[in-house]
Structure formats: structure tokens, C-alpha cells
Design a protein around this ligand. Structure first.
Ligand SMILES: Nc1nc2c(c(=O)[nH]1)N[C@H]1C(S)=C(S)[C@@H](COP(=O)(O)OP(=O)(O)OC[C@H]3O[C@@H](n4cnc5c(N)ncnc54)[C@H](O)[C@@H]3O)O[C@H]1N2
Ligand SMILES: O=P(O)(O)OP(=O)(O)O
Length: 165
């Protein structure tokens, strides 16, 4: 699986804060056998997020595109809106699972409006901005990501019963 990481942070893009979340995600992915083929920091600007996500998905840069930051309720937080704008289809269960698992850790998880989406052959997942929040949310959905990527990329094998507890 190839991953790309997009960090949304005004301070990070201005060089006022070192991006700890993008590298934390790349390390976590490497430990799980996933190569990060691209990573970038951009400001919380709707049009820039839309154009970057569309470009990456349309070029089939990665199977999995992770965003970190801008999922909350501050005026500049618009990563979910940008993701919904580029989405061919949404996967509501991804956001539900992230919030369900994260609320075991902090009730503040209810403030993340993160979504999961598909554009072309890429799975896009929003994660919160802090390194801890980003990692915890990725861990929450990791069990379903491999299967989701296979199906999005056209795997036609029968999954009925394969994943029953
Ligand atoms: N499982 C968890 N889920 C959530 C957590 C958590 O700790 N565990 N935090 C919750 C909180 S609190 C909020 S609010 C929401 C939404 O978060 P955002 O996506 O809006 O995050 P930001 O406002 O972009 O960032 C928050 C905070 O994190 C630090 N930060 C942000 N970007 C970076 C970066 N690239 N490198 C280092 N640190 C960064 C900074 O202190 C920001 O103020 O999510 C809940 N979910
Ligand atoms: O500069 P950002 O975008 O990382 O935002 P904040 O620290 O206010 O969450």
C-alpha cells in the first residue's frame, strides 16, 4: 500500500511550528509496512486543500491519502468540507469508527468532524491535527483500511463471512 500525507496547518505552513504530525504518521505507517510516497504541509485554505487532494487522487499518487489537522470547530478548520467537495463517495463509518474509539480516550474527540471518502481509486481519511490525535484515530480505523483499499481498487473476491468475529 502507498500512502500520502497532507498536513493542514497555518502555523506549520508559515514555519511557526514544526510539523510533528506528518512525520509521526509516516513513522507509524512504516512500522506497519506502508511506504509514504508524498508528504506536504499546506495552510488551512479550502481551495488549496481541494486542489491538492484532487491532484493527488487524479494522478493515482497513493492508495491511501491521510490528512492531519483542520477537522475541528475553529473558523479556519475546513478539511472535512474540502474532502466532501472532492469526494466521489463518502464512507460515513470511517468517521463514526474514529469517534467511537477516540471517545474512549477523550470526550474532545466528539469535536473532530473528520470524514472518510473515495475519489477515483484513492481512499482519503481525515485525522485530527495533534500527533497524539492523529495516531489514535489512524489506529482506530487501521483494521478496515486494507480491505477498503482492496475493494476501492476493484477486488472482486467474496468477503461474506471472511471477517466474522
Ligand atoms: N483520539 C483522539 N481524538 C481527538 C483528539 C485526541 O487527543 N485524541 N483531540 C480532539 C481535539 S482536542 C480536537 S479540537 C479535535 C479536532 O482537532 P483538529 O483536527 O481541528 O486539530 P487542529 O486544530 O488542527 O490541531 C490541534 C492542536 O494540535 C497541535 N497540532 C496541530 N497540527 C500540528 C502539527 N502538524 N504538528 C504538531 N502539532 C500540531 C496544536 O497544538 C494544535 O492546536 O480532534 C479531537 N480528536
Ligand atoms: O496553525 P494551525 O492551523 O495548526 O492551527 P491551530 O494551532 O490553531 O489549531
Amino acid at each position: 500500500m502507498r500512502a500520502a500525507i497532507l498536513t493542514l496547518s497555518d502555523k506549520g505552513a508559515r514555519g511557526e511550528r514544526v510539523d510533528a504530525s506528518g512525520p509521526a504518521l509516516a513513522s507509524w505507517l512504516a512500522e506497519h509496512g506502508v511506504e509514504t510516497v508524498q508528504s506536504l504541509i499546506i495552510p488551512d485554505d479550502l481551495d488549496t486543500i481541494v486542489s491538492t487532494l484532487s491532484e493527488w487522487a487524479d494522478a493515482d499518487l497513493a492508495d491511501l491519502i491521510l490528512t492531519t489537522g483542520g477537522t475541528g470547530v475553529s473558523p479556519r478548520d475546513q478539511t472535512p468540507e474540502a474532502t466532501m467537495q472532492v469526494a466521489d463517495r463518502l464512507i460515513p463509518g470511517i468517521g463514526e469508527l474514529m469517534r467511537l474509539k477516540s471517545m474512549e480516550k477523550t470526550t474532545m474527540a466528539s469535536l473532530s468532524r473528520a470524514v472518510g471518502a473515495i475519489r477515483k481509486r484513492s481512499l482519503i481519511i481525515n485525522l485530527p491535527g495533534s500527533p497524539k490525535g492523529a495516531r489514535e484515530n489512524l489506529e482506530a480505523v487501521w483494521p478496515v483500511i486494507g480491505h477498503a483499499v482492496e475493494k476501492i481498487r476493484g477486488d472482486q473476491s467474496d468477503c461474506g463471512g471472511r471477517f466474522d468475529r
